[in-house]
Design a protein around this ligand. Structure first.
Ligand SMILES: [Zn+2]
Ligand SMILES: [Zn+2]
Length: 452
């Protein structure tokens, strides 16, 4: 599968010294090149919201309106028929009612830098009216059609989206007379129609249907940009010092890390999940390994409540996967932990590792007392990101698919406990292997993980 990857840059100001800085859109830890402070960046727990700055112009009296786009880069899992399919998506799609605006931002933000939208950003932000999931589902259907694939005959039981990036990007426009202008390039986009003209055209319009790549209508109704608007008073960018709240030591964690460790006291942390929140404490452990030189890869070990499927104990998992071993009585008492990789890797690898680690089901007797001193691979998938792979992983490992898949739509998964566990892997040729789990990660899966 060819990966078309775009990586967009975000411009910001260091809150401590005011120096300029640039982040990749997946970065959550920022180091100031001037005053050297290290800060975690979060956005009140919600999706990050960025905007493209209007281009310079003598006339600053114009009111800027911002048109919302969903920006998604990541994987769509579809449980269809009796298969789990994956598809890589890298898109920015119109997310509001904005008739003249282009359906996609295309590659534009790669030339321009994004800025973080905040309560002080001047302008009005048209409401992000379309939910991301629905938009992506329609996008996939359209790509299928464009690629000449007939309506898929097999029923779609479940679809979920594991986003490396899922954010809103606002593009600026303004009105002059009845014309709508792109406020970056100061070019007219089209003309807004009066009510009478609009009434004549109403029958001909597509009713807001998504049409990727299709040229947009050259005109739209005059009231199109009257609102509703998103409330940007809520958008608080939050900076958290990368210092251990427990002992004050520097936290380690690369720019795109989703969990930070304190090498001094061994505690683990994640960025605030709610507005005004503090760093959240994570339970962290590592599994004992055979080789002291091993590389430790992070996994999320989750306890969950599943409605609509018996998945409470290890015996339930053994039956779900039809493991070729007799079910032992003690398995019926052993609470099941579901394991998922906490690092980015290819989507198929996410499913395979989830199965290998969950079936192996390490116990707490296998945990080391302290974190190892060797290399710990960075956590680049948050708990919430990884959780998007739970249902696809259940579908991937469970049998028989014929009776399991129809249950997926109604199945409800609630995470009730979580722990970050480092699992030792050993290098063998171009692969990393975990012999006890019968798991291996090939060169491609690792390149994916390291983003190269
Ligand atoms: Zn600074
Ligand atoms: Zn500490």
């Amino acid at each position: 599968m060819p990966l078309q990857t775009s990586s967009w840059q975000v411009e910001l100001q260091c809150p401590q010294c005011g120096g300029p800085a640039t982040l990749a859109e997946t970065d959550r830890v920022f180091s100031c090149g001037y005053c050297k402070v290290r800060l975690g960046v979060s956005y009140g727990g919600g999706h990050f919201r960025y905007y493209l700055a209007p281009g310079g112009s003598a006339d600053d009296s114009r009111e800027i309106l911002y048109v919302p786009y969903w920006r998604f880069k990541g994987v769509a899992f579809a449980c269809r028929g009796e298969n789990v399919e994956e598809r890589f998506i890298d898109a920015s799609v119109l997310a509001g009612r904005a008739p003249l605006a282009p359906m996609s931002l295309g590659f534009r933000p790669q030339a321009l830098k994004l800025r973080m939208a905040s309560p002080t950003t001047p302008g009005k932000f048209l409401s992000t009216a379309v939910p991301l999931g629905g938009l992506l589902s329609r996008l996939i259907t359209q790509i299928d059609h464009a690629e000449g694939e007939e309506e898929k005959a097999a029923p779609l039981h479940h679809q979920s989206f594991l986003g490396e990036t899922a954010s809103v990007i606002y593009a600026p426009v303004y009105m002059e007379g009845e014309k709508l202008y792109d406020a970056v390039l100061h070019r007219p986009i089209g003309r807004l129609l009066t009510e009478e003209e609009g009434a004549g055209l109403a029958g001909a319009r597509s009713g807001g249907a998504l049409s990727i790549g299709a040229s947009h209508a050259p005109c739209g109704p005059i009231d199109a940009y009257d609102g509703p608007f998103d409330d940007h008073r809520q958008w608080q960018i939050q900076f958290s010092p990368m210092l251990c709240p427990h002992c004050g030591w520097d936290l380690s964690g690369e720019a795109d890390a989703r969990a930070m460790l304190c090498k001094n006291c061994g505690s683990g942390w994640e960025l605030p999940e709610i507005q005004g929140g503090a760093l959240g404490r994570l339970r962290v452990a590592a599994l004992a390994g055979d080789s002291p030189e091993g590389l430790y890869l992070p996994f999320w070990r989750m306890r969950m409540r599943v409605d609509g499927l018996a998945l409470e104990t290890y015996a339930d998992l053994a039956m779900l996967c039809n493991l070729p071993k007799a079910i032992r009585p003690e398995w019926r008492e052993q609470p099941l932990h579901f394991w998922l990789p906490a690092f980015r890797t290819s989507p198929r690898q996410v499913l395979k590792l989830a199965r290998a680690a969950s079936v192996f089901q390490p116990g707490e007797d296998d945990f080391l007392e302290d974190l190892p001193k060797t290399e710990l691979f960075p956590v680049t998938l948050s708990r919430m990101q990884a959780a998007q792979a739970i249902k696809p992983a259940i579908a991937f490992m469970g049998v028989p698919k014929k009776t399991l898949f129809p249950k997926l739509a109604e199945m409800r998964v609630r995470i009730t406990g979580c722990m970050l566990v480092y699992v030792p892997f050993t290098e063998q040729g171009s692969e990393l292997i975990q012999p006890a789990m019968h798991a291996s990660i090939g060169g491609a899966g690792l390149r994916f993980a390291r983003g190269v």
